[in-house]
Design a protein around this ligand. Structure first.
Ligand SMILES: [Zn+2]
Length: 362
């Protein structure tokens, strides 16, 4: 990073023609790098996005991009079919948008829309198209793993048509109640991380099982507080489980401080920088925080995240079905009433709810 600051410092000293020469070279290099990224995405294709068949062949080219044809369903597809870039009119600008999003800190929609000259609603759509693609299944935990739940207030920020106004500030319902969204954070010390929205209301064993059943290797040790649901989950999965009393917290390596520190910065991002987010989109922000932690310190961090994002060929279906997935979650995992659906009509809509369900966290 030190080099780029040196170059930027030198910019005012360059002559008129040198600046234009530099601009030309930089544009060429950026084009070359994005083509390289597309090639990387191409190499990750494992199956046809339409039917999931692994029997596909190369089938001529579309604007220099390799096209493929499925031998089972006869459909043709590109490396980015079904991904976040699918149907986008300005893919190059979207790439720049993603680079800015994943290289810096969490920022508001207003800042992003000003920076790229797009409307706040486009910035919102692009943000969630990119973030929804980063959701993955939980990794396998090998070593000492800390687990704790993070509490967020149930929020319907931005929802149209509600008959009551959205209350800001602290909740009037105190303690653990049906208005608290629970995000479960599991962090292996020096290893994998999983953050997932699993319930609205009291944490229960079945919700933890649905997300984390079979994700702990024989070598792993689970560390948590004495939450009854986590205790019964550990028992049913036959895990080595260490618990602590609150007054012993911090002693003898039996603590959840790593998770607590991460939770504090995640909560600061959501509650202070973004001024609270809707529960509908909370998992997307968890994905954002998760990938930033996962690839922290990696040289090609941003490129790796964008490659992950572009190679998820269920992202388009997931994004288009966000409302239905949210409805499913509210009905199954909470005692809240599902009301006022907001579904925008899109010209190119091709909703595949089953496909979306397969790729999602709920
Ligand atoms: Zn197919």
């Amino acid at each position: 990073m030190a080099n780029i600051y040196k170059i930027l410092q030198e910019l005012p000293n360059l002559s008129f023609e040198e600046i234009f020469l530099l601009q030309e070279k930089v544009t060429k290099e950026a084009d070359f790098r994005s083509k390289e990224l597309l090639k990387d995405v191409e190499n990750t294709i494992l199956a046809c996005p339409q039917c999931g068949s692994k029997d596909f062949i190369k089938w001529c080219k579309y604007k220099e991009t390799q096209r493929f044809k499925c031998k089972d369903c006869n459909s043709t597809f590109l490396p980015t079919t079904g991904s976040s870039v699918h149907w986008l009119k300005k893919p190059k600008l979207f790439l720049r948008f993603c680079v800015s999003m994943f290289s810096g800190n969490v920022c508001s929609l207003k800042t992003q829309s000003k920076e790229f000259g797009i409307s706040p609603s486009t910035a919102f759509e692009w943000r969630h198209k990119a973030l929804i693609a980063l959701g993955q299944e939980s990794p396998i935990f090998q070593g000492v793993t800390e687990m704790d739940d993070i509490w967020f207030r149930y929020s319907q920020k931005g929802r149209k048509g509600l008959k009551y106004s959205r209350k800001r500030g602290r909740s009037s319902h105190k303690g653990d109640n049906d208005f608290v969204s629970k995000v479960l954070m599991s962090k292996e010390r020096g290893g994998e991380l999983d953050i997932s929205l699993i319930k609205i209301g009291r944490l229960d064993k079945s919700s933890i099982e649905q997300r984390l059943s079979g994700k702990f290797a024989d070598t792993s040790v689970l560390v948590s507080d004495k939450h009854p649901s986590i205790l019964s989950f550990a028992k049913s999965e036959n895990l080595k489980h260490e618990t602590f009393k609150s007054e012993q917290h911090g002693k003898k390596d039996i603590h959840v401080q790593t998770v607590n520190n991460l939770a504090a910065s995640f909560k600061a991002d959501v509650n202070h920088v973004l001024r609270g987010v809707s529960t509908k989109y909370l998992q997307n922000y968890a994905n954002w925080f998760g990938v930033k932690e996962k690839y922290k310190g990696l040289k090609d961090k941003v490129k790796t995240i964008i490659k992950d994002c572009f190679s998820n060929n269920k992202a388009w279906d997931m994004f288009m079905n966000t409302e239905l997935l949210y409805k499913d979650f509210i009905l199954k995992k909470s005692k809240r009433t599902y009301r006022c659906p907001t579904v925008r009509y899109r010209k190119h809509q091709n909703w595949n709810f089953e496909n979306a369900k397969r790729g999602t966290y709920i």
